[in-house]
Design a protein around this ligand. Structure first.
Ligand code: AMP
Ligand code: MG
Length: 327
């Protein structure tokens, strides 16, 4: 079975094509919208997606050396995300479904990050630390659903890094530049450590870090911001592992490309005799392959989304989905 998935919850529009035999991923093409100034404007991002989605689709089909008629199932990112972006990509997916008469599957974006990690690493039943621009969640499978064990109470960790970088003149996305600068950092500047139960919050840390910009060097600031935020995320993830009794941790989301975060999570896992997994960067960031793979899993278990019920869900919660494809 061949499935084509379209991702478009925020800044990235991506088309992935996967199959249920090796090699699983036949194509995974993405294009990212980067604002000229300021943060992501939802309508500008949606216009970007509308302008490039056909191109991205053609490129993915070329890469997979197939025609759209060869595809058996069509998946799309139903939510959570920015309304205009979601609507643009859902429209593209519906059009393809109607044109090809193939079934449509609406996919929860957060779950897709977990499923592609399970498929492409050795992780089988992990706690997922999902760290991206807009989302920050600790997720694990329990009693038929992916449950959220902890999450951000305000902004996503990626958003925190990007805003920090923007204020200091770095271009979007700022995560990689902050990681580079942090490596030169020598001195830890105390910042608020914001763990509330199983949840985390970043906006206060962001304000505190920016307030120190006159008195500290950029490397020390970047180092301190990373150390604080990543330690918080690692702590909450460890607690979720202890609570669920799971012995695997999986990373997902663009911020998981950060080596320091990977190292912290890996040493936490090692200390408790657990295993740590991280997919390649192309599957960590928002991508079409993860949507395609999750749609394939769902379709194999009889789940489809009729076009007339394929409305987008901006606040689609991870635990709303009955995960019938896992026993
Ligand atoms: P996503 O929303 O999952 O596509 O991920 C995008 C986010 O990942 C942006 O906020 C980036 O700043 C962040 N990001 C990408 N690479 C890195 C990195 N090496 N370190 C920290 N954050 C990163
Ligand atoms: Mg994402």
């Amino acid at each position: 079975m061949i499935c084509l998935g379209i991702e478009g919850t925020a800044h990235t529009v991506g088309v992935g094509i996967v199959q249920d035999t090796a090699p699983v991923i036949l194509a995974n093409v993405s294009r990212m919208y980067a604002p000229v100034s300021g943060g992501i404007h939802p309508r500008d991002a949606a216009n970007h997606h509308a302008a490039v989605v056909v191109d991205v689709l053609r490129q993915a089909l070329d890469e997979a050396q197939m025609d759209v008629e060869d595809v058996d199932v069509l998946g799309f990112s139903m939510g959570p995300g920015l309304g205009p972006c979601l609507r643009t990509v859902a429209t593209a997916a519906r059009s393809l479904a109607l044109y090809t008469c193939k079934p449509l599957v609406g996919v929860n974006h957060c779950i897709a990050h977990l499923e592609i990690g399970r498929k492409m690493t050795e992780a089988r039943d992990p706690v997922l630390l999902y760290v991206s621009g807009g989302n920050t969640q600790v997720i694990a499978f329990l009693n038929g659903r992916y449950r959220v064990f902890g999450e951000t109470l305000d902004i996503g960790i990626g958003n925190c890094l990007d805003k920090f970088g923007r204020e200091l003149g770095m271009s979007f996305p700022a995560g990689p530049a902050i990681e580079g600068k942090a490596r030169e950092g020598r001195c830890y500047l105390p910042l608020p450590y914001s763990v509330k139960g199983m949840d985390v919050a970043f906006s206060g840390i962001l304000t505190a870090a920016l307030a120190k910009r006159e008195e500290a060097s950029l490397p020390d600031l970047c180092f301190s911001l990373q150390e604080t935020c990543f330690a918080m995320l690692t702590e909450v993830t460890e607690r979720a592992m202890a609570h669920t009794g799971k012995s695997e941790v999986l990373l997902g989301g663009g911020v998981a490309a950060n080596r320091r975060l990977q190292d912290m999570v890996a040493s936490m896992a090692a200390a408790r005799g657990a295993a740590s997994f991280c997919p390649p960067r192309s599957l960590l960031v928002d991508n079409g392959a993860m949507i395609a793979w999750t749609a394939l899993l769902m379709h194999r278990h009889g789940l489809t989304t009729p076009v007339e019920e394929s409305h987008i869900r901006q606040n689609f919660r991870t635990d709303e989905v009955a995960v019938t494809w896992r026993s």
